[in-house]
Structures are given as structure tokens and as C-alpha cells.
Design a protein around this ligand. Sequence first.
Ligand code: UD1
Ligand code: UDP
Length: 368
Amino acid sequence: VGTRPDAIKTAPVVMELLRYSDVVDTSLISTGQHREMLAQALAAFDLVPDEDLNLMQHGQSLAEITCRALARLDEALQRWSPNIVLAQGDTTSTFCAALAAFYRQTPFGHIEAGLRTHDLSHPFPEEFNRRAAAVVARWHFAPTQRAARHLEAEGVGPDSVFVTGNTGTDAVLQLASRSEANWFPEHRGKLMLVTTHRRENWGEPQRAIARACRTLLERFADLLVVVPLHANPAVRELLVEELGQCERARLIEPPDYADFVALMRRSDLILTDSGGVQEEAPAFGRPVLVLRETTERPEGIEAGCAQLVGTSQERIVAEASRLLSDAEAYAAMSRVASPYGDGRAARRIRYVVLRELGISSDAEPMWT
Ligand code: UD1
Ligand code: UDP
């Protein structure tokens, strides 16, 4: 793991494998690509890395973090000498783990495999990272049937693809009742949660998102807009500049995972460019407006629990206004069942991983 989403979505797999510690040793290695946000995410699951490479530097470029993570992960693999390496998702840490495993010829299993936009610029650089991880993976744990089809279209043999559901759904369901946070009890009106951090949204797109929030605050007198700030200074400075003075905007430090889950449940509407948040909100029937031009998670849009609105100020204002004022449109989005999983993805992954190690364990039918 290296970043907040890696930690949240890998934690259920680590915890599941640790239940089988009599037959398999599981070691959690952190690149430390993120510092505070990673520690916070792991702490929600009471996990501490067995080794922390502690690589984060402020303002790190993609090339810098890639070089350092690859070199240090290679050393770590030499020290730990694993039979199998697992990594989740599409961050630089995941790409480096896949490549380091490949160079050492250690079989690699990719968790959350097969997500694609087919556009290398959206999301950047994640579309490259996940495609590269797929090239070297021996096992592909696809969260949905669509993800599995993407892999098969790229020539991956069906025998190495397992449709497990998303481990993020395991995480969100495990933590749903953990928080004691009581968010904004004094506020009686509607609450809109907004998160944005993607590199392709830095600058003008993020400014348009912030200005759309301002317009919505002017239009809806009972609206509270809550914006947990990402730790990246490039993101937070602009949001503070645009929204810092608005009376009913709350710019807050990123809540830890259990409290963030409680905040999602407290929200009426969620605007986000996050991958994970798009998957988690439908677990609680919260409509999502996706602040991106493309998404690798069209399942939510097809099912009707999410809408792709991009980063045009007018479009965001129009779609959010509709959901804040039209009870029927809101109800239609909020009653859709989540297409992302059933909370049993980690068990499916554990079953396959142990089987590959020659160990039989409780089988779990794959997610359909
Ligand atoms: C990374 C991932 C992105 C993921 C996001 C989740 C890559 C290329 N990008 O983007 O896929 O969606 O994490 O949040 O892997 N920082 C801190 N403390 C932290 C974390 C970040 O101070 O705990 C600051 C540092 O100044 C750091 C900067 O944020 O240099 C950017 O972090 P970086 O890991 O390079 O990229 P993200 O934009 O966070
Ligand atoms: N999250 C959190 N605190 C926050 C914002 C997000 O715990 O203040 C969680 C969120 O529930 C999801 C994950 O962090 O599980 C998503 O991380 P992020 O949006 O940074 O990355 P992405 O999913 O876009 O890669």
C-alpha cells in the first residue's frame, strides 16, 4: 500500500489473510507514498505496516516517487522473499509493486483489476498504472463483470480472472457502524459533501467546481456544503481561496475513514472526483455526481445511482439543483442497489490466493 485508497481497499484482504495465519504469513509493506492520510486509513482497521519505506516528499513528482518506490520495493522483496505479491488499484505504489514483483519474477495478484476509461489522460496517470499492472499480473481480481470483460478483451485468459466485487465495499460495510461522529447536529437543512483531488482537475476545473458550490449556496438558503480537504497543498489552496469565506461552506481536515463513512451517510448529495467515494456512496443510497469527464466506474451510472457531470460550472449547478429540489429525481437515484459488491470480495481473494499456494480454505462463490 502507499496511499489512502490503497490502504482502505487492501485492509479487508490483509485482515482476511491474517485470519489464516496458521497456514500463511502475510506481511504488509507500505511505500509511504502518503504519510498522514495513509496512517489514518490503516488505523481505521487497526493495521500497522510490517515495513514502512516512508517515501513521501512534499511536492513529489510522479517520476521521483516512481524511482524511489521501485528501488526500495525491490530491496523489500529481496528481504521478505514472498511467494506471492498482491497490490490494489492504480496508484504509483501499485504500479511499482507490480513492476518490482515482475523484475524478481514473483507472481503478482492485482486487486481491483480491469477498470478502464481507455483514455490515458483520464485519470492521469492511473489509467497507465492499472494497465501496466495488468500486463504483469498472474491473477486479476476484477470487481465487476465489466472489468473482467475489459481484461479478456486485452487477451487475458479467463482462467486468471476472478470476479470478486470491490474490496472497498467490504471496507465500507465493515466500518459503517464504527464511528461515533455526529456531524453538524445543529444543521437542519440539506448537506452536500464535496471531495476533489484528481490531477486532471487541478487548477481551472477545480475552480469551476468551487464556484458551482458558491452558486448552489446562494440558490439554496438551507444548504450546507462540506469539503474535506485533501492533504495535497496544490488542491487545498485553491479550495480555501474560493470557498474559505462562504458562510455555509465547511472546509475540514480529512476525517478518518470511519468518520468519513458517517459523513457520507449524513449527506444528502455527494459531488466527487474520487474513485472510492463513487463506489461507497451507493452502499448507503446517496446519489453521486461524478466531477470527471470520464469514469472507469460506469456501473453506477448505468444502474442510476451516479451521474457523470464533468467539471463545467453550469452543468454541476444544474444537476445538483435538480437533485436538491426534485424529490422524485432524488428518490429515483437513491433507491438503486450498489453494483460494486456484496462485502465478500476479500474472502474470494483469500480463497484463490490460498488455493494457488496449495492450501484449501472455505470457498466463496464469485460475485456475479
Ligand atoms: C495519489 C494517487 C491517486 C489517488 C490519491 C488518493 C498516484 C499517481 N496518485 O494522488 O491515484 O487517488 O493519491 O488520495 O499514485 N500529501 C501529504 N500527506 C499525505 C498525502 C499527500 O502531505 O498524507 C501531499 C504531499 O505534499 C504530496 C502531495 O500531497 O507530495 C501529493 O501526493 P501524491 O501521492 O504525489 O499524489 P496524490 O495527488 O495524493
Ligand atoms: N476518504 C476518507 N476521508 C476523506 C476523504 C475520503 O477516509 O476525507 C476515503 C473514502 O471513503 C474512500 C477513499 O478515502 O474510501 C478514497 O480516497 P481518495 O478519494 O483520496 O482516492 P481515490 O479513491 O480517488 O483513488
